[in-house]
Design a protein around this ligand. Structure first.
Ligand SMILES: Nc1ncnc2c1ncn2[C@@H]1O[C@H](COP(=O)(O)OP(=O)(O)O)[C@@H](O)[C@H]1O
Ligand SMILES: [Mg+2]
Length: 269
């Protein structure tokens, strides 16, 4: 049995929050079918932080869309908390690269948007929304509008919006990719702190090896399209992780393992 399969089955012995079994995904286009993912086996334990790295176009966003119920697999099974995924689920919160905030709404109103869309009681979620604003360091900004905020602050609002209905699963697709390096480091610290406080199961897609190693319990490495999982690298570094730790030999060793798996697969863009 491959290392990847073995790791997936070990975790499956518990009760995985996310489980993908033999998943293929083919897009149908005018020029024929495009196989984006092939034979994906993945399991995330409750509270586990998984990062996914892989070359551009290898199917990372596709993987996330399958877990979030925005796409259905061509073959195999996608399960969240043991149940087959049939569509968007309240168990899931999603953060995209661009926060896509509504410019005419305040920070607080943007965060409460998913509650409104689901027809839930907005007043009941007000305390949660306010607590999240505190948690991400945006105290005093509840009534501001997106155009009054920096890119990093807008992304924090996007994170609050993903968390407001208290999903068990947080999916993030290159959430900090558009931010400058210093803001990104700061956001990584914040995300770790929030994760340690809330212990969501997280699936983070990233282009940055150091971001993956800094944040994750395990880094999954994908091959070029059709994407397969070709590496499953445990990150045995203590938490909370600090920026100083990114300079240590232990950190470099894990990052090198990820880098080697990637270059064996054809590299990262
Ligand atoms: N709606 C679609 N129709 C056809 N092909 C698609 C569609 N979405 C993505 N693809 C193709 O599937 C592959 C994987 O895409 P994606 O998951 O976005 O990759 P990544 O996020 O790793 O860059 C790419 O080759 C992309 O061109
Ligand atoms: Mg993508």
């Amino acid at each position: 049995m491959s290392e990847v399969l073995e790791a997936a089955r070990t975790v499956t012995a518990g009760r995985p929050v996310i489980a993908l079994e033999g998943v293929d995904l083919a897009y149908r286009s005018k020029r024929g079918a495009v196989t984006a993912l092939s034979g994906i086996e993945l399991a995330a334990a409750p509270g586990e932080f998984l990062a996914v790295v892989g070359p551009s176009g290898c199917g990372k966003s596709t993987l996330l869309k399958l877990v979030s119920g925005l796409l259905m697999p061509s073959a195999g099974a996608v399960r969240v908390k043991g149940a087959g995924v049939t569509g968007p689920s309240p168990e899931v919160g999603i953060v995209f690269q661009s926060p896509l905030l509504m410019p005419w709404r305040s920070v607080l109103e943007n965060i409460l948007l998913p509650i409104e869309i689901r027809g839930m009681d907005k007043a009941a979620y007000l305390p949660t929304a306010k607590a999240l604003i505190e948690l991400v360091g945006l105290s005093g900004f509840a009534d501001r509008h997106p155009w009054e905020l920096s890119g990093g602050m807008q992304q924090r609002v996007g994170l609050c919006r993903a968390l407001v209905h208290d999903p068990e699963l947080l999916l993030m697709d290159e959430p900090f990719g558009a931010l400058d390096a210093m803001t990104r480091e700061q956001m990584n610290g914040e995300l770790q702190r929030i994760w340690m406080e809330q212990r969501k199961t997280v699936l983070l897609i990233t282009h940055s090896i150091s971001e993956a190693v800094y944040l994750a319990d395990r880094v999954l490495v994908m091959s070029p399209r059709p994407g397969r999982i070709i590496g499953d690298i445990a990150v045995d570094l203590p938490r909370p992780r600090t920026l100083d730790m990114t300079e240590t030999v232990g950190f470099a060793q894990v990052a090198n393992r990820v880098r080697r798996a990637l270059s064996a697969s054809g590299g990262i863009d």
